[in-house]
Design a protein around this ligand. Sequence first.
Ligand SMILES: C[S@@+](CC[C@H](N)C(=O)[O-])C[C@H]1O[C@@H](n2cnc3c(N)ncnc32)[C@H](O)[C@@H]1O
Length: 251
Amino acid sequence: MRKLFVVGMGAGSVGHLTLDAVDTLRAVDVVFVLEKAGAGKDELGRLRRELLERVVPEGTVRLEVAPSPERTIDEAAYGAGIEDWRRSRAAVVEELIVERMAEGEAGAFLVWGDPCLYDGTIQILEDLQGRGLDLAFEVVPGISSVQALTARHRVTLNRIGESVTITTARQLAATAPGTITNSVVMLDGRAAFKKLAESDLDIYWGAYLGTADEVLVAGPLRECAREIEQLIERERRRKGWIMDTYLLRRP
Ligand SMILES: C[S@@+](CC[C@H](N)C(=O)[O-])C[C@H]1O[C@@H](n2cnc3c(N)ncnc32)[C@H](O)[C@@H]1O
């Protein structure tokens, strides 16, 4: 039996790591990271290494980095594309577990933010169990970019009795502004909020949260949309990539 932990590493700051996560990373034999190709790869890789260096004594834990298969976006066959991508990621995870850790060892998958949000690791491990791979796993939560965003803006996600939606830029494109109460939008980077710029919504926006490059803007969307759009363009030019999250709220 192989024992695995899916560890949330926080969304950019070493300080986001919980004490449970630190204890777990110190206790395992190997830490696995699936590294995405493309812009930002080097910087995010450096952040992960810094985090491990800070919390794990040198030479006590093996680090195994594997390239995460790239997702190709074909709008015409979106569902099938996602399924193919999931299968390729599962194959990489299986190879890591079978080839790079021995029976009886414990390993941790380091996951950006918290594993509960837009991350496939838990699902992949369940699929592998379903296919008969002898493994057990636990999840250790981390600070997600959503929590990092609300903390930096000093706001709550909802007001008394209200519900919260967490969605993607892709879904936002099909959302009527009148249906939004509190919606957190992730996986954007292309200013999908522009389409709602004439609504009466407020926006709490953050990019590179938790890092030295963090940028924050908040206010009525009508007044802030253009400024944020320009910031996104500027930061994309400056760094070559952007990672942003925002809360849209009915005032
Ligand atoms: C694949 S999802 C992973 C989310 C992650 N599991 C979490 O809990 O935050 C990646 C998206 O999370 C958001 N994100 C992650 N880290 C961020 C950060 N430091 N600043 C702003 N947004 C971030 C962005 O919307 C990005 O497109």
